[in-house]
Write a protein that binds this ligand. Structure first.
Ligand SMILES: Cc1ncc(C[n+]2csc(CCOP(=O)(O)OP(=O)(O)O)c2C)c(N)n1
Ligand SMILES: [Mg+2]
Length: 369
C-alpha cells in the first residue's frame, strides 16, 4: 500500500517533517496560488463571454503548480503537460504575454500558430505545450540527456497528467531516463480524471508512483493539495537530479475541480458528492489556515490580496484586448528565409478574399507578384 507524503494536514496543522520554507516564503507562494486561481476565473468568464476561444483551468491544482515550480533554478527547464501556465508565470512568463497568448493577438509570441491557452516562454525555458498527450515526456528526457552530456547544471521538470501514463511516450521516456540517469523529475499530476476516464479505469496499480520501480527510479506519492509537501518532495527530487543521482517520479494526488476544459461538462460523468468532498480539501484554504495560525496572514488579508490581483489582471486584459490581431502576413513567414513565389501567390489570393470580407485592409497584400 502506497503512503502519501504530507506535511500540512487538511486543517492547516503540521503533521510531517519540519518545513524548510519560512513563513514569508510560504506567504509569497500563497499569493502565486491566489493569482493562478484569479486568472483562471477571469479567463473562464472571458471564454463564456466569447472573448477568448478556449480555457482549461488549474482550479484545485494550485499547490502542485506552485510547490513543484518553486524549487527550480532559473536555468532549469519546465516541460508542461496541460495546465502549468501558472507555473510558467511564476518563473517569469509576464502576465501580459500570458493573456496575449489567450487572445492570439499581435503580442502573442506564438504568433497565433498555437491553440490559445497553450503557453510557451523562451526566456524561462518553457517549451510550447502540445495537446497531443505525453509527447513532451520523451522530448524532456532527450533534452535532459543533452544537458547531462554537455555537463550543464540544469534539471528538467517534466509535467504530465495521470492520463499520459497510458501513452507510449511515458514508458519509453521513463525507461531511457532510468538507464541514462538523466537530470529530470517526472511530475505526474494525478487529478483523478483524464477527461471522463477516472484513475481506476486508467490503471490497476495502487498508485501511479508504483510505475517508477519498473524503470529503476524512486516513485513517491505526494498529497497534491499540500503546498509544503509538493515543495519538499520536489526540492529533494531536484537536488537528487542536480547531484547526478538521476530521475524521480513524483505523483501529486489532487483533483480537477472544474471541467477538463471550457468544452467539457463534467456533470455527465462524475458525482457532485465527489467534487464536494474535494472542495473541503482546497489547497489554498489549507495554506491560508496555516499562515493564519502563524500570524503571518491577518483576517481579511486574503480578500485584499485577491482584490488587488483582480485589478492587476483586469488592467492586463484591457491592454491586450486593445492590441490588434496578428498581421496576416505572418501566415506565410518563418518557414523559408525568403517567402517563395508560390506562397506569395497564395497569400495575395487570400488577401483579395480577406479584403472583400473586411478582414484585411487595402495594402495588407505585402507580396506583390
Ligand atoms: C495522444 C492523445 N490522445 C488523446 C487525446 C485527447 N485528450 C486530450 S486531453 C486528454 C486527457 C488528459 O488527461 P490527463 O493526462 O490526466 O491530464 P488532465 O487533463 O487531467 O490535466 C485526452 C485523452 C490527446 N490530446 N492526445
Ligand atoms: Mg488527469
Amino acid at each position: 500500500m502506497t503512503t502519501t507524503f504530507q506535511i500540512l494536514s487538511e486543517d492547516g496543522t503540521l503533521v510531517g517533517e519540519r518545513p524548510t520554507l519560512d513563513a514569508t516564503k510560504v506567504k509569497s507562494l500563497f499569493v502565486h496560488m491566489l493569482r493562478i486561481r484569479a486568472l483562471d476565473g477571469r479567463m473562464l468568464k472571458l471564454q463564456r463571454a466569447g472573448r477568448v476561444g478556449f480555457v482549461g483551468t488549474a482550479q484545485g491544482l494550485e499547490a502542485t503548480l506552485v510547490g513543484a515550480a518553486a524549487p527550480l533554478e532559473p536555468q532549469d527547464w519546465l516541460w508542461s503537460g496541460l495546465r502549468e501556465g501558472g507555473a510558467a508565470m511564476m518563473r517569469g512568463l509576464p502576465l501580459g504575454e500570458y493573456i496575449a497568448q489567450m487572445y492570439c493577438n499581435a503580442n502573442d509570441t506564438a504568433k497565433g500558430r498555437q491553440m490559445c491557452n497553450h503557453f510557451q516562454h523562451k526566456g524561462t525555458n518553457y517549451p510550447s505545450w502540445s495537446s497531443v498527450i505525453g509527447t513532451q515526456i520523451p522530448h524532456g528526457v532527450g533534452a535532459a540527456f543533452a544537458s547531462k552530456q554537455r555537463g550543464e547544471d540544469v534539471v528538467h521538470a517534466i509535467h504530465f497528467g495521470d492520463g499520459a501514463t497510458s501513452s507510449n511516450g511515458f514508458h519509453s521516456a521513463m525507461n531511457f531516463a532510468g538507464v541514462w540517469k538523466v537530470p529530470a523529475v517526472f511530475v505526474c499530476t494525478d487529478n483523478g480524471w483524464a477527461i471522463s476516464v477516472c484513475s481506476s479505469q486508467q490503471t490497476a496499480a495502487d498508485s501511479y508512483a508504483d510505475k517508477a520501480e519498473a524503470y529503476g527510479m524512486p516513485g513517491i506519492e505526494v498529497d497534491g493539495n499540500d503546498l509544503l509537501a509538493c515543495h519538499a518532495a520536489m526540492q529533494k527530487a531536484v537536488g537528487w537530479a542536480r547531484s547526478g543521482g538521476g530521475p524521480t517520479l513524483l505523483v501529486l494526488r489532487t483533483y480537477r475541480m472544474l471541467g477538463h476544459s471550457s468544452s467539457d461538462d463534467p456533470t455527465k460523468y462524475r458525482d457532485d458528492a465527489e467534487v464536494a468532498a474535494w472542495a473541503e480539501r482546497d489547497p489554498i484554504d489549507r495554506v491560508e489556515r496555516y499562515l493564519m495560525s502563524l500570524g503571518t496572514l491577518n483576517p481579511g488579508e486574503r480578500d485584499q490580496i485577491e482584490a488587488s490581483l483582480i485589478e492587476e489582471i483586469d488592467a492586463a486584459i484591457h491592454e491586450q484586448e486593445a492590441a490588434p490581431p496578428m498581421a496576416l502576413k505572418t501566415l506565410v513567414e518563418d518557414v523559408y528565409a525568403e517567402v517563395p513565389r508560390h506562397l506569395k501567390q497564395q497569400y495575395n489570393e487570400f488577401i483579395e478574399v480577406a479584403e472583400r470580407r473586411g478582414d484585411a485592409q487595402p495594402g495588407d497584400g505585402a507580396f506583390p507578384l
